[in-house]
Write a protein that binds this ligand. Structure first.
Ligand code: SF4
Ligand code: F3S
Length: 106
């Protein structure tokens, strides 16, 4: 499956959502996750994300491996999002921030 990683936090551009053929994105307050049981590895969402937050599971950077379990966990709790919407208000500012996992709201 594909995995949404740290770069998405406090940005949530949602361009990824529009291209997913199986609607497997789930939305939290300031982050999106992919349901690993639904993702069909089509790769379409990867190029859509302006902050390159989405990786194939095997390619998730070493320091973000915990996002694999996090996507699986939160996909069970958060609701499905099927349409693009406006990014979060400070998305451009937070897009430049590298370490922001402490900002994640569940
Ligand atoms: Fe959806 Fe394809 Fe991305 Fe998986 S890889 S989340 S199926 S767009
Ligand atoms: Fe997040 Fe990128 Fe989608 S910022 S909402 S993974 S387009």
């Amino acid at each position: 499956a594909y995995v949404v990683c740290e770069a998405c936090i406090r940005c949530k551009y949602t361009d990824c959502v529009d291209v997913c053929p199986v609607d497997c994105f789930h939305e939290g307050p300031n982050f999106l996750v992919i349901d690993p049981d639904e993702c069909i590895d089509c790769t379409l969402c990867v190029a859509e994300c302006p902050v390159e937050a989405i990786y194939a599971e095997d390619d998730v950077p070493e320091d973000q491996r915990d996002f694999i379990a996090l996507n699986a966990e939160l996909a069970k709790v958060w609701k499905v999002i099927t349409e693009r919407k406006d990014p979060l208000p400070d998305a451009e500012e937070w897009a430049k921030v590298k370490n922001k996992r402490d900002q994640l709201i569940r």
